[in-house]
Design a protein around this ligand. Structure first.
Ligand SMILES: Cc1ncc(COP(=O)(O)O)c(C=O)c1O
Length: 393
């Protein structure tokens, strides 16, 4: 498969915009949207039958399908991430999945939960809420540049105290785009009795995954970012020993009827994103498979990051093993330093230069987090490089 700009036609993306922000909310390919639409049409032919008799294992009436539709889709998503379908449930998004885990955990007064400074803000706030409700506390690990696997593993290990019960580890950090060595971190933490929740919001579809081998307790991840599944769709994988003790953030008819039953029905909602997941996975195969996609997007992210740093006179020092398909590059000092500078540059790039890219302020400098997707190529990086230079002089 030849990757690059011509693949844009597979998406509805505005052809006038250089889209370098796939990571933020994903972008769904046309054919996956068509598959989702077909599911919605099927639902609308007999809504009650579909939602009350075919979707989950909680049904009205005696007739029951062999495999509820949610379970069929979960089996396929499970195979994509190395897991059994019955160890995995769909949730609307990573935030919802993390909330379920956090609010189910029996924190006691004085317990501690470790988060990191690279953790996603919304999930860290959910952690604050869950712990403060029970009189427990948060401890924040500081991970700083230059990043290295050894330093990241050591930082989590050193943060463990006598009352540490759980740690949240982001698999791919939102702001920096770096891949954290979750298996190594989990091995250290588990040895010390600390349960590990991985926030893999950016991982499925960006990097190959074999979730059960990571040695973690819970793994939550978005499908709507890099796996081409329509919004809103995410999964929560739970190690079998913990499945009985985890509950969804929203409780409904399935309470205490088992892990998958409890999560599969959380009130009436549109299940079409989940049921369209197999079409998204089929599209990944048609593109040559995840390994081929990853090889292209990782190489583009890596080369693109070095190119941007060179054009902007800054340095890109992240080791290659920590780079997936997103890279965060420092802008020239003349681009500004504050959140306000970041917001106005981001707006100017979008509304005047027609480039969508994530720009943020960190440690008194601006940074761009650039996503590499199969529809991007080096010409997109050249455009953003020049646009930033023109606005920074
Ligand atoms: C690491 C991480 N966790 C969680 C989220 C939240 O994802 P969602 O809004 O789909 O729940 C994001 C979104 O960018 C993220 O980067």
């Amino acid at each position: 498969m030849r990757f690059g700009r011509h693949l844009r036609d597979e998406w509805l993306l505005d052809p006038d915009i250089i889209y370098l922000n796939h990571g933020t909310v994903g972008a769904t390919p046309r054919r996956v949207l068509a598959a989702q639409r077909a599911v919605q049409d099927e639902i609308e032919r007999q809504p009650s039958r579909f939602l009350l008799r075919e979707l989950t294992s909680i049904i009205v009436g005696a007739w029951r399908p062999e495999h509820p539709r949610m379970r069929e889709a979960a089996t396929q998503v499970g195979a994509f991430v190395g897991a059994r379908g019955d160890d995995l449930v769909f949730v609307d998004n990573a935030t919802t999945g993390a909330n379920g885990v956090l609010r189910s955990f029996p924190f006691e007064a004085g317990d501690e939960l470790i988060v990191s400074n690279l953790g996603y803000g919304g999930v860290t706030l959910a952690a604050r809420f869950a712990t403060r409700e029970r009189g427990a506390g948060l401890r924040t690990v500081t991970l700083s540049r230059p990043f290295s696997h050894a330093a990241i593993v050591a930082a989590f290990d050193e943060a463990v105290g006598p009352r540490t019960r759980m740690a949240i580890v982001d698999h791919i950090s939102s702001e920096t785009g770096i891949i954290l060595p979750v298996a190594e971190i989990a091995a250290r933490l588990k040895r010390r009795g600390v349960a590990v929740l991985v926030d893999g919001a950016h991982a499925p579809g960006q990097i190959p995954l074999d979730v059960p081998t990571l040695g973690v307790d819970w793994y939550v991840a978005n499908l709507h970012k890099w796996a081409f599944v329509p919004r809103s769709s995410a999964f929560l994988w739970v190690t079998p020993e913990r499945q009985a003790s985890v509950h969804p953030a929203v409780i409904s008819w399935g309470l205490d009827q088992g892990f998958t039953t409890e999560f599969d029905l959380v009130g009436t909602r549109d299940p079409s994103p989940f049921l369209a997941a197999p079409a998204a996975l089929a599209f990944i195969e048609e593109l040559g498979g995840l390994a081929a996609i990853h090889a292209y997007t990782h190489d583009l992210a890596w080369r693109g990051a070095h190119y941007l740093a060179q054009r902007w006179g800054t340095a890109f020092e992240t080791p290659r093993a920590l780079v997936g398909s997103m890279a965060t590059v420092m802008l020239p000092a003349s681009a500004g330093s504050t959140r306000e500078h970041a917001a106005s540059l981001r707006d100017a790039l979008l509304f005047e230069d027609h480039i969508e890219v994530q720009v943020h302020a960190s440690a008194d400098r601006l940074h761009a987090r650039v996503s590499a997707q199969v529809y991007n190529d080096m010409a997109d990086y050249a455009r953003v490089a020049e646009a930033v230079l023109a606005r920074s002089s």
